[in-house]
Write a protein that binds this ligand. Structure first.
Ligand SMILES: Cc1cc2nc3c(=O)[nH]c(=O)nc-3n(C[C@H](O)[C@H](O)[C@H](O)COP(=O)(O)OP(=O)(O)OC[C@H]3O[C@@H](n4cnc5c(N)ncnc54)[C@H](O)[C@@H]3O)c2cc1C
Length: 364
């Protein structure tokens, strides 16, 4: 059996690429039996993704945030905006909606089957071999295709979250907490729908007790009842310089990893690059996708990656002071939520006046 375009994985990267691919048959292979499971993501996105998913269904975005409160060992920083700067998407629902749209376009999703690599134009599903012209590997952060075809050892943190009943001070605010409990990342408190709160953190060895103790100590938020626990791997290794191999196999989504290095957020670049990848799949111009990948993702991501490595090696919360200074100067914009490299560039621009700004702002 030969298929034109095969996609491994019905996560957002595989599904959104398929949804944007027209005029050619696409087959997605997904090892789970339905979309959106197991739940793992915090679902926090900026304006760009919120607008796109809202067009798919107005039920997917279920909370929005006008404030970001950073709690660091050096004190609090509070960024408040006139209109929402971030949104919460219901991740399982997002994948359900995407999957049903993909199927109604006439593409096929094979549920409950694990694909394995088998040569350069063949995969196996159970005891069947399937040939392809082009393969999109959207298998998430830790998959067998990347392991076998690229042989690169990834590096990960585990993001652990609870959905709970808790009283929070900032109903329309995201709270980010840095402390000795999260040396390599941070904890987050995000009020979601139905008065519930999602609390999580990423670590090499996360524990629920540590998370809740930490959040209570630094924010005063007391968790009354935990209703759900979930999580998953957050890739922290650098992205592939060239996600295309053998001219026909392209890595996409967390398999790259196509994430913001500082936060691990993957949805922005998935929604940005999937339509472009789809166009190159349709037009059979995959080699040109690399140029788009480099200009729209790789260069900015490298700047952010280097700054993140520096932050992780020193103190992960240090960038907060700089962002706070930029905010007080009126230089933080909504698009910066997704493009962190813009903050770094702005910072470089104001460095000569930064000591004076700190003095001036701290006396106001
Ligand atoms: C704790 C946590 C919090 C996060 N919070 C945010 C956030 O707030 N905002 C944000 O933007 N991003 C966030 N992310 C990141 C975001 O979830 C990922 O970037 C996104 O899910 C990546 O999508 P994907 O399609 O590449 O991979 P996935 O969503 O992992 O999907 C991959 C799919 O491939 C399937 N698969 C894998 N191997 C095979 C195989 N061999 N055969 C068949 N099927 C296979 C899997 O079953 C899965 O369904 C978070 C991640 C974690 C872990």
């Amino acid at each position: 059996m030969k298929k034109d375009i095969l996609i491994i994985g019905a996560g957002p990267a595989g599904l959104y690429t398929a949804l944007n691919t027209r005029g050619v048959d696409v087959v997605i292979i997904e090892e789970h039996i339905q979309p959106g499971i197991p739940k793992h993501c915090a679902g926090i996105v900026g304006e760009y993704v919120a607008r796109l998913v809202n067009n798919l269904s107005n039920r997917i975005v279920d909370a929005s945030y006008r404030k970001i409160v950073f709690t660091t060992p050096m004190g609090k920083a509070r960024l408040e905006f006139k209109k929402p700067i971030a949104y919460h998407v219901n991740r399982p629902l997002l994948e359900q909606v995407l999957a049903s749209r993909v199927e109604s376009l006439g593409h096929t999703i094979i549920w409950g089957q694990k694909a394995k690599p088998r040569g350069l134009n063949t995969i196996s599903i159970g005891d069947r071999d399937v040939e392809y012209n082009k393969l999109v590997v959207a298998e998430g952060p830790l998959g067998i295709f990347k392991k076998k075809l690229i042989r690169e050892k990834g590096e990960y943190l585990y993001g652990f979250q609870v959905l709970c009943e808790a009283d929070v001070e900032e109903e329309d605010g995201l709270t980010i907490v840095y402390s000795e409990y999260t040396p390599e990342f941070f904890a987050w408190i995000t009020p979601v729908s139905n008065g519930l709160v999602q609390i999580g953190y990423a670590s090499r060895n996360p524990r629920e007790k540590t998370l809740l103790k930490h959040v209570e100590k630094y924010t005063g938020v007391v968790v009354k009842r935990v209703l759900e626990r979930y999580g998953g791997l957050i890739p922290v290794n650098k992205p592939l310089k060239n996600p295309l191999i053998h001219g026909r196999i392209v890595f996409h989504g967390d398999a790259v990893p196509l994430v913001k290095p500082y936060t691990g957020g993957g949805l922005y670049y998935i929604f940005k690059l999937s339509p472009i990848l789809a166009k190159h799949l349709e037009e059979d111009t995959l080699s040109k996708y690399i140029e788009d990948y480099k200009t729209r993702f790789y260069i900015g991501s490298r700047i952010e990656y280097l700054a993140t490595i520096f932050s992780r090696k020193t103190r992960y919360f240090i960038p907060v002071s700089f962002v706070n200074a930029l905010y007080k100067m009126g230089l933080v914009e909504h698009v910066d939520f997704d493009k962190h490299y813009r903050l770094i560039l702005k910072l470089l621009g104001v460095i000569p006046i930064l000591p004076f700004s700190f003095l001036y702002l701290n006396t106001r």
